[in-house]
Each structure stands twice: as structure tokens, then as C-alpha cells.
Write a protein that binds this ligand. Structure first.
Ligand SMILES: [Zn+2]
Length: 256
């Protein structure tokens, strides 16, 4: 465990930072290369990460070729509009963003959170400008116990710090422990998480009439986020938007 540098000042802080860097060398959250500071993204990594910018589908956040402003809607959303109002992702989920996503989720690596929160706040600016509350996708308590952390809760807290929109971790609950979505096709994913979430009865008044931004690490097929959107809408949310760190764009990346 690294010492808490915030408790130190001046030369003591610099000495502790140097010692810490020697014992626990900081590594890029993207490539794992040494150096550059805590939570660093090495200069060469910036070129590898694909940040999603306009034009994008206003409903699912998928990058598009033609910009029609808020009217930009991709063919998939035209055929089957999502349950949520709008979705935004900071990054394309690909070979470069896989490592920071999986390190956060599986290894509980937290030193990239400030950067990630900033990226997500930027990507979700129009959503956050109208939001009342950030709500992370919850883990089932059994998985929370074995993993020890909920990466979506960490991301919601990071976005909250970057945007000033409050986050509540205790709104949604996973009432059914579901097998991992990894490796399942879209229809199986939908069936897997159907009815798996609800809003805690004691928290319904915090949701009623509120504009919610749901936060998750990766948008894959959207099955989990759809199930959460349903639960929030049922509890009276005025609107539900979705904000994720990364979204799958290529079908072959639907393996996470
Ligand atoms: Zn779309």
C-alpha cells in the first residue's frame, strides 16, 4: 500500500514521492511502460488511444461518418432505439484501451481514475450539464465481496469529482447474481440480465423525477445498461442517459 502523500508537505512530500517512485515505479495505465508519474499515460500511448469525438450517434455514442448534430442517429438505433435517452463513451474499446479497462476492473488499479474521470466528463458534457445524479451499474453483493470493489462506482466518483454532479452508489441493486456476460451473444446477454436490477425501495424518492446519468466501464451490447435503465425508469426517473469509459465499436471486441 502506498503512503498517503496528501498528509505530507514540502521536502518531505518530494522525498516520499521519490522513494515511492523507486519502490513502486509508476507505469503507464495504457502500455505499462515505466515512468511519467502516478496514473500516467506515456506520450506514445496518447496516439494509441482512440477518443470518440463528433460526429457520433446521439443515441448510442457510436462514431459516425456524417454529422447531423443532435439528429445523427446510426442505422442500428434507427432500427431499434435504445431505452436510454443518450449514451456517450470517452474511448473506443480496442487493443489500446483494453489494458486500462481490465486493470481497473480485475486488478483494482486506481491510479488512472482521475484521468478517466476527466475523459468521461468531457465526452459526457451535454449529458452532465443537465444531470441531477450519477448512478453506477452495481455488482451483485457476492461478486463485490470476491472482487472487493466496483469499478463502475469508482468511475462514477471520478466523474463526480470532475463534473460536480453528485454520485450515489446505493440507488441500484443487482437482485439476481448473473453469470458473466463475457462471451455471450447479444440476445443471450439480454436474457441474462433481464430483471436483474431494481431501485432500492428506500431510494425511490431520490430517483423520482430526476435526470440520471448511468455510469459503467464498458458499453458492449448495452444489455446491462438497458436493464438498469428499465429499473430507473420504473422508479420514476425523468430521463436516463449513459456514460461509459469505453464502448465496443467492432463486433469482434464483444468478448469482454
Ligand atoms: Zn446509435
Amino acid at each position: 500500500m502506498k503512503p498517503d502523500m496528501n498528509q505530507l508537505h514540502g521536502p518531505a512530500k518530494r522525498a516520499a514521492a521519490a522513494l515511492s517512485e523507486w519502490i513502486w515505479p509508476s507505469r503507464s495505465i495504457v502500455s505499462g511502460e515505466r515512468g511519467g508519474g502516478v496514473g500516467a499515460v506515456a506520450p506514445s500511448d496518447w496516439a494509441a488511444l482512440v477518443f470518440i469525438d463528433e460526429p457520433l450517434c446521439n443515441l448510442c455514442g457510436r462514431p459516425q461518418d456524417i454529422d447531423l448534430g443532435e439528429q445523427t442517429v446510426c442505422p442500428a438505433c434507427t432500427a431499434r432505439p435504445p431505452r436510454w435517452k443518450r449514451a456517450r463513451a470517452a474511448l473506443v474499446y480496442d487493443d489500446a484501451s483494453r489494458r486500462p479497462v481490465l486493470d481497473l476492473k480485475r486488478a483494482g488499479r486506481r491510479d488512472g481514475l482521475t484521468a478517466m474521470g476527466g475523459w468521461m466528463a468531457r465526452a459526457g458534457r451535454p449529458l452532465l450539464a443537465e444531470a441531477d445524479l450519477l448512478v453506477p451499474v452495481p455488482l451483485h453483493y457476492r461478486r463485490l465481496v470476491t472482487r472487493g470493489h466496483n469499478q463502475s462506482g469508482w468511475l462514477a466518483a471520478a466523474v463526480s469529482r470532475a463534473s460536480g454532479v453528485p454520485a450515489r452508489m446505493d440507488i441500484l441493486r443487482r437482485i439476481r447474481s448473473t453469470p458473466s456476460q463475457a462471451g455471450l451473444a447479444a440476445r443471450a446477454r439480454r436474457r441474462n440480465v433481464e430483471g436483474a436490477f431494481d431501485v432500492r425501495r428506500s431510494r425511490t424518492k431520490l430517483v423520482d423525477g430526476q435526470r440520471i446519468v448511468l455510469v459503467d466501464d464498458v458499453l458492449t451490447t448495452g444489455a446491462t445498461l438497458t436493464a438498469c435503465t428499465r429499473a430507473l425508469t420504473k422508479a420514476g426517473a425523468a430521463s436516463v442517459d449513459v456514460l461509459v469509459l469505453a464502448r465496443v465499436v467492432r463486433a469482434e471486441d464483444v468478448t469482454i
